[in-house]
Write a protein that binds this ligand. Structure first.
Ligand code: ACO
Length: 329
């Protein structure tokens, strides 16, 4: 495959409302001390009533398009990663297309939980390899709090809502910033360790029935932790080795922002010192598929990622799914 995948622009957006750990203490049996020491999270953004994933995605997409110097009407494809779509039908990609005021493009949703952005980027690479003239918008937007059980302290303190977006085109071999490579994997036999089971065809909604705990995020924390660290580290090593690199060649590591302890453990396993690890989980919590594009976009805005930098982005999520992406700025 000879196509070069150029990153024209990154954008992100989070809802205005911020919920701090102190706010949570008022209605959940928890403490700032517990949340901080276990996760590193201090606050998270939460949508306003009626605000959906496509609304967050719209702002992130506008931001990415502005950075790319493109209009929405230039786009040919929209790939939308989310496990919290606005609706089952229409897809969030179609809803976003309508909100962008355009029509006719290829629109599809991708669901790979917290690895969704990387799966969507890989979809975009496939589309660009087939259609070198394409201009692809990749959006990852989540209202995770719509699938959070606020009565379950072991899950509700971890999540937040946000969106990130990237615009990709094909380009010349020497052009930057570009996607060097992406590697993805999954293991469905471990699916039961992290679920939102209710509301699909296996456990359908029944008219008039109250929803139970199975309609919200449930997971076995310690197991998820262990697999997340193992898979994010292993696939990162494999991806780097494929390109004749080691972690010494990585300028910035941006892992999925689930929990500071997971981020730190991945950094240690890869022997990448903390000053080369970017984290914003303290201010966002875990925003699932949105976590990685929000972090890349912020790191760019803050000047953490500089021209010439190599950025390694490992992810892990429900399914289980995992992946690693290598970017050259
Ligand atoms: N406040 C206070 N106490 C709490 C809270 C809370 N919010 N939540 C749980 N506890 C209590 C538990 O009830 C338990 O009490 P007990 O010992 O009396 O039974 C105690 O704290 C310890 O709970 P553990 O679950 O053993 O704590 P652990 O150190 O494993 O940390 C955590 C939990 C943070 C969930 C950790 O396992 C983790 O980070 N796992 C990764 C899971 C994750 O991030 N999932 C999100 C989606 S997956 C992804 O994005 C990759």
């Amino acid at each position: 495959m000879n196509t070069n995948f150029i990153l024209r622009g990154f954008g992100h957006h989070a809802p205005e409302r911020v919920m701090t750990n102190a706010d949570l203490e008022r209605f959940v049996d928890t403490s700032d001390e517990w949340i901080t020491t276990r996760t590193g999270i201090k606050e998270r953004h939460i949508v306003a009533e009626g605000e959906a994933s496509s609304d967050l995605g719209l702002e992130a997409a506008r931001n990415a398009l502005a950075k790319a110097g493109l209009a929405a009407s230039d786009l040919t494809h929209i790939v939308f990663a989310t496990f919290t779509p606005d609706f089952i039908i229409p897809s969030s990609a179609c809803v976003l297309q309508e909100k962008l005021g355009i029509s006719g493009q290829f629109c599809v949703d991708v669901q790979a939980a917290c690895s969704g952005f990387l799966y969507a980027m890989e979809t975009a690479r496939g589309l660009l390899a087939l259609n070198p003239q394409a201009k692809v918008l990749v959006v990852a937007a989540e209202v995770v709090t719509s699938r959070v059980n606020w009565e379950d302290r072991s899950t509700c303190v971890l999540f937040g809502d946000a969106a990130g977006a990237a615009v990709l085109t094909a380009g010349d071999a020497a052009e930057t910033p570009r996607v060097v490579d992406i590697m993805l994997g999954a293991d469905g036999s471990l699916g039961e360790l992290l679920t939102v089971r209710g509301g699909g065809s296996a456990i359908p909604y029944k008219l008039g029935e109250a929803v139970g705990e199975e309609y919200f995020v449930q997971f076995q924390g310690r197991e998820v932790f262990k697999h997340a660290v193992r898979h994010m580290s292993a696939i990162s090593q494999t991806l780097l080795a494929k390109h004749g690199m080691t972690t010494a060649d990585v300028d910035v590591l941006i892992p999925h922002q689930a929990n500071w302890r997971i981020i730190d453990a991945v950094g240690r396993k890869l022997e990448i010192p903390q000053e080369r690890v970017f984290a914003n989980v303290e201010r966002y919590g875990n925003t699932s598929a949105a976590s990685v594009p929000v972090a890349i976009s912020e790191a760019l805005d803050m000047g953490v990622i500089k021209p010439g930098n190599r950025v390694l982005v490992p992810t892990f999520g429900g399914g289980f799914t995992w992946g690693a992406m290598l970017l050259q700025f």
